[in-house]
Design a protein around this ligand. Structure first.
Ligand SMILES: Nc1ncnc2c1ncn2[C@@H]1O[C@H](COP(=O)(O)OP(=O)(O)O)[C@@H](O)[C@H]1O
Ligand SMILES: Nc1nc2c(ncn2[C@H]2C[C@H](O)[C@@H](COP(=O)(O)O)O2)c(=O)[nH]1
Length: 214
């Protein structure tokens, strides 16, 4: 299983589609437009941060179990990033220490089950999409989910800045599997065929080194 990571709007879902079509495998997408808790969270983060986290944890675990049955299936966000989101929200006072403890223990407990539930403990490769703040805002606007737009909520720019800065340290410390970084500002793999080809070549190269692509 290949797992994609990156901030909101980094291009994970888009790359999941492109990459799975290229490899002839299946893509597994995060529940967003049909996620009933996400708009509630953006409206009242303090009330819904914990519920949203449990929602994502449950859905993510379900996707991992399905995705891990075949080597190069693609998952559009890692379960480890959910924890980054939740800890950031907790540090902002949107979750209590007790909720953080329950979440951390539940996550650890569920991860211990992975080798039995999915025959593997970790992804074969993490592909991280690295983007700047300007790119992030541009893509969020381009996609147009109303509750993510900075003009809806003046606290969102700071939330997005914090998220991006946490991602830097998160990627450096990530050691659950082999990893690689793609410059998401540089490559437009959505609309530019040359860029798409280059990004796919970079990923193929890593998959060959890891032995999951001939
Ligand atoms: N590399 C890219 N170059 C240009 N546009 C992109 C790129 N990646 C994503 N986009 C566009 O940005 C928006 C967000 O992309 P999406 O794949 O939904 O991001 P994510 O799943 O990481 O939140 C979409 O409108 C998509 O078409
Ligand atoms: N509070 C949290 N929010 C999360 C988490 N995982 C995703 N999200 C939010 C961020 C976006 O608004 C939306 C979808 O993310 P994309 O990056 O796929 O656009 O969901 C989380 O764990 N906690």
């Amino acid at each position: 299983m290949i797992v994609l990571s990156g901030a909101i709007g980094a291009g994970k879902s888009s790359l999941a589609t492109v990459l799975s079509e290229h490899l002839g495998t299946e893509a597994f997408y995060e529940q967003v437009d049909n996620n009933p808790v996400l708009p509630l969270f953006y409206k009242d983060p303090k009330k819904y941060a914990f519920l949203l986290q449990i929602y994502f944890l449950n859905k993510r675990f379900e996707s991992i179990k399905k995705a891990m049955v075949q080597d190069n299936n693609v998952l559009d966000r890692s379960i480890y990033e959910d924890s980054l989101f939740f800890h950031m929200n907790a540090d902002m006072g949107r979750a209590t220490p007790q909720e953080v403890k329950v979440y951390d223990e539940l996550l650890a407990n569920m991860m211990q089950e992975l080798p039995y539930a999915a025959a593997k403990k970790a992804p074969d490769l993490l592909v991280h999409l690295d983007i700047s703040y300007d790119t992030m805002i541009h893509r969020i606007e381009k996609r147009g989910r109303s509750y993510e737009q900075p003009e809806q909520d003046p606290t969102l720019p700071e939330y997005y800045h914090n998220l991006l800065s946490r991602y830097d340290g998160w990627y450096d410390e990530y050691d659950y599997s082999p990893k690689m970084k793609i410059d998401g500002d540089k490559y437009d793999f959505v609309e530019n065929p040359e860029d798409r080809k280059k990004v796919l070549e970079l990923i193929d190269e890593q998959l060959r080194v890891r032995g999951t692509l001939d």
